[in-house]
Design a protein around this ligand. Structure first.
Ligand SMILES: NC(=O)C1=CN([C@@H]2O[C@H](COP(=O)(O)OP(=O)(O)OC[C@H]3O[C@@H](n4cnc5c(N)ncnc54)[C@H](OP(=O)(O)O)[C@@H]3O)[C@@H](O)[C@H]2O)C=CC1
Ligand SMILES: O=C(O)C1=N[C@H](C(=O)O)C[C@H](O)C1
Length: 245
């Protein structure tokens, strides 16, 4: 069998560079790296699995080529449209895909804790999610904030598209029990902060995660690629990789 090799997309970016270092640290060879304008099919044919931290605009092409060549895929890119999310789901019927808005052990623990807290605290607590990222981040809210809202919505029987309130401006009226607020802060070099607020009259619970290095995401993504090597086609997330399900 040929040697397991990674393709790193967005290889000149913040995460691409961190993934290349993490792969070296875990002893996983990188067969190729591509950035905007490079040929995907040439690079992909030399590799076993792609780790993608690039742009959601690239997802369609990446899925098409990965399906054509039968290669597995670790997707860390965020900010996908509903159509792109559906394409990822469809592709995972044929190839193994790990798709995670966040690869850190801490954030995946936060996901678990958020579900537990929402279940325990019940419907009297208002739910708000606040995230902060560096000034260069393009998508908003963060993929991690979206996952947190999806978890809260799942527990409360709500829906991300209809019940999520992105920031508030003007005469919006009193808060309704049905809404989940999401607030995106941008500035400086913040790697990634997320807080889930559970607020009732007389008390408030806050769960916070702060990332101080991209190495935690990159190390998790390389771990996910190694984990995926012997898995059948399917859509997995980092909680599958970490055995948290
Ligand atoms: N799941 C997780 O744990 C994490 C996810 N992310 C996500 O990863 C993504 C990248 O983040 P980050 O590294 O900070 O961003 P960067 O902008 O630093 O890096 C992205 C790189 O991808 C390149 N790129 C853009 N389009 C293409 C394309 N069509 N083909 C190949 N390369 C392309 C960009 O080139 P150019 O600059 O020329 O456009 C850039 O070099 C974001 O969606 C972010 O939210 C980030 C951290 C953790
Ligand atoms: O763009 C980033 O930097 C990050 N993106 C991810 C997200 O959108 O959730 C994960 C992490 O918070 C850093």
């Amino acid at each position: 069998m040929s040697e397991f090799k990674l393709l790193v997309t967005g290889c000149k970016g913040r995460m691409g560079q961190a993934v290349i270092s993490a792969a070296a640290a875990q002893g996983v060879p990188v067969g190729a790296g591509i950035d905007v304008g490079d040929s995907l099919s040439d690079a992909l044919s030399k590799c076993s699995c792609t780790i993608d931290f690039s742009s959601h605009h690239f997802t369609n092409e990446l899925l098409t080529e990965s399906l054509r060549l039968g290669k597995s895929l670790v997707i860390g890119t965020t900010g996908h449209t509903d159509e792109e999310l559906a394409q990822i789901k469809e592709a995972s019927k044929t190839i193994p895909v790990v798709f995670a808005s966040n690869f850190s052990v801490g954030v995946n623990t936060l996901f678990w804790l958020t579900r537990k807290a929402a279940e325990l605290l019940g419907p009297d607590f208002d739910l708000e999610v606040v995230e902060m990222h560096h000034r260069m981040k393009k998508d908003s809210p963060s993929g991690t904030a979206r996952t947190l809202v999806e978890i809260l919505a799942d527990v409360r029987g709500l829906d991300y598209d209809t019940d999520c309130r992105h920031g508030r401006f003007g005469d919006v009226g009193a808060r309704t029990p049905k809404e989940i607020g999401v607030h995106a802060l941008r500035g400086g070099d913040v790697v990634g902060d997320h807080t889930v607020v559970f607020a009732n009259v007389g008390e408030r619970v806050e769960l916070t995660h702060k990332a101080s290095s991209r190495d935690t995401f990159a190390g998790g993504a390389v771990r996910a690629a190694r984990w995926l090597a012997d898995k059948p086609a399917g859509l997995y997330d980092m909680q599958d990789v970490l055995g948290l399900k």
